[in-house]
Design a protein around this ligand. Sequence first.
Ligand code: SF4
Length: 166
Amino acid sequence: MRQRVTIALATVCRPEFIIADEPTTALDVVVQTGVLAMIREVQREIGASIIFVTHDMAVHANLCDRLGIMYAGRLVEEGPTAAVFRTPRHPYTAHLIASLPRLGDTVPKHGLAGAPPNLADPPAGCRFHPRCPRAMDVCRREAPPMTWLGPGHRAACFAAAPGGAS
Ligand code: SF4
């Protein structure tokens, strides 16, 4: 109920832009569905753009036109939601999507080795390289630039870039 009240307060002045930071955290699935339906309804009614900040990939998949994936404080992939889910170009995105439970899936899920870096002293080069199964020498030296890889779809990964090892 508090989440609903917060959403109502955030929209009462009919803003053009809303940032919803973890709007469904700690809700059970039924309440979560209700809150997401309410946000969708409000969005339709007032025509606002909404940025959802969430760890819940199901929220991305069901609500968002575009999806941005962050790792260690940096945007590593961004694009149309369907394209990112269909063809993730960054290894971290690919891991997140592969780890989602699916009905009838009997394949065991494996966690990513290692832990997120200390942001006060992040690794040189690509911040994901200590955990990346595709890391190359260049990844340890240089930060990969964001590169366009398809219509509206970009990622920061040497292996995904044209001419890379993907
Ligand atoms: S740049 Fe290298 S380390 Fe970083 S995600 Fe791509 S392949 Fe992995």
